[in-house]
Write a protein that binds this ligand. Sequence first.
Ligand SMILES: [Zn+2]
Ligand SMILES: [Zn+2]
Length: 656
Amino acid sequence: MRTGNKQDRRDNNELIEIKISPDNVKKFHKNVSAIEVLKSFDIANLEEVVAIRINDKLLDLSHIITENAVLEPVTYKDEDGLNILRHTTAHVMANAVYELFPGVKIAIGPTIKNGFYYDFDPQKPFIPEDLEKIEKRMREIVKKDISIIRKQVNKEEAKNIFSGETYKQHLINDIEEDIVSLYEQGDFIDLCRGPHLPSTGKVKIFKLLSIAGAYWRGNERNPMLQRIYGTAFTTREELEEYLQKFREAAKRDHRKLGRELDLYSFHKEGPGFPFFHPKGMIVINSILDFLKEELLKRGYEQVGTPILLDKNLWQMSGHWDHYKELMYFLEKSGREFAVKPMNCPGGVLIYRTKPRSYKDMPLKWAELGIVHRYELSGVLHGLFRVRGFTQDDAHIFCLPSQIEQQLIETIDFVIYIYDKFGFKEYKIELSTRPDDYMGSLDIWERAEAALKDALDHKDVEYTINTGEGAFYGPKIDFHIFDNLGRTWQCATIQLDFAMPEAFDLHYTGEDNAKHRPVMIHRTILGSIERFLGILVEHYEGAFPTWLAPVQVILIPITDEHKNFSLKVMDYLQKTGVRVDLDDRMETVSKKIRDAQVMKIPYMLVIGDKEVSKNCVAVRCRSELDLGPIPVEKFLEEIDLELKNRSTKSKVCHKDD
Ligand SMILES: [Zn+2]
Ligand SMILES: [Zn+2]
């Protein structure tokens, strides 16, 4: 013991060099803590510093530094810093729940985009009122400013500390290292990698948002836990701004709007498989009709391939090795089949049905294929994450020399489609060669250059994700911004050198020799079902007229006006307008209100004046009242709007 102490003292006398910027270096005794270092550098915003980074590793302020280092302070303003604040808030929440609900078991509490959650196994489910109670106790814990201390123990000790904590026992078993780290604040201790704020008093503004059921590890065969979501910020203004957005998003929740607008529903008999009602199918078909028209204009042909295909095919395509967990299987008469998770192998089989020449290229084959992927029930989320969906897929088989032109055309196509749906803003990511790439370096370099050239040609901005491409080829991903500023990854354009190789695809070149074609996989909307969900939230259910299930509703003032209304209805329907007649025994104002709730773009009120002048009194769903307009004039306007697939109504100028 004594010699050990001597040893320590000698170590501590050894000097190390710590830099916080290239020309700001100081010498310290070995085993100095990060916070002492920061204090001696006399930095201005020390109060804001929540952790440090050394060699890209995030560490606690209490971290002991034993060798020369470049130390980077991490503040609340840093994304990592904000996450540390949020994760510490999750610990404070777990601490409060622990105190308030004896017998509760704790599971995991990670940060997520915009906040955090913690999963609990309480003796009885939480109720909404519990959130306030928990928040109050959290504030007390923050006020006490309890030190948060990191400890390292071996796995055996950890198991003793968490005896009775079923979920923590599982987590400890999963850790590969012999030593695990714990964070202790007063009587509450949690298994955690860290880092954390140095004390509970450093937690600032927080809010608990909701309670949801969540299976342990997202698997429905496991127990259902109770998840509490929350968020944390450094200022009240930031929280308010976020809550505003959060409430707006809740109002736009596509699951809620889908129910209210009678578009689709979800049933326990088909978890992850949405059911589309007649109105929902109108929107889906409007989307598909538009896509099919555009495919024709752009020289695509459509193919259709089976949903069930032999297991051997999936082994050949590599899906068996890379995708098995997500696939459904079935066996009949001793033969094994898989439900397709992607359309590609089917298209490849069609390619191989006859010899192909360079003159046939490019072959542009689109498939609106239904694919199935087994997602864990914990991640299912309305239309956003489902188990079966329609992909607006296409495979382009082309000559290596055609890659760039095909990419330019595809990028063009994507941008055109987004624009028509009202998404004017998007970000583009180019992912390049990963370490485990297959194929020749030369082809990769040419393909990456082609992708870059295609993007430069379109004069669009993009970021490069170095090494993030798939093993079979580089890709471009599009993320669209919705009205709430959220991003959604939809389109992907992927070059593939592997599949033509695996299936031995070839074409006869000008030289009469056999060559490998290049395959481009591309989707624009991704999943039609998910895209519908995005549209519902983007427009808050008020679809552009061309997508609206009911485009016009006729509201006769009394029964006497019904005959004229039926004539107008017939007239509009013949031009392809989707019209409904509201002849219920209700007041006009009630009918208008109901039509507004259903987000119908045009309400045409018909009374004596309108009948006598062959007019309709037009009201927009934005509550704008345009007064009487001749029937032909209205038809002309709406017809033009539908033909152009406009996102804005010309008639209702102020309407979006
Ligand atoms: Zn933690
Ligand atoms: Zn594909």
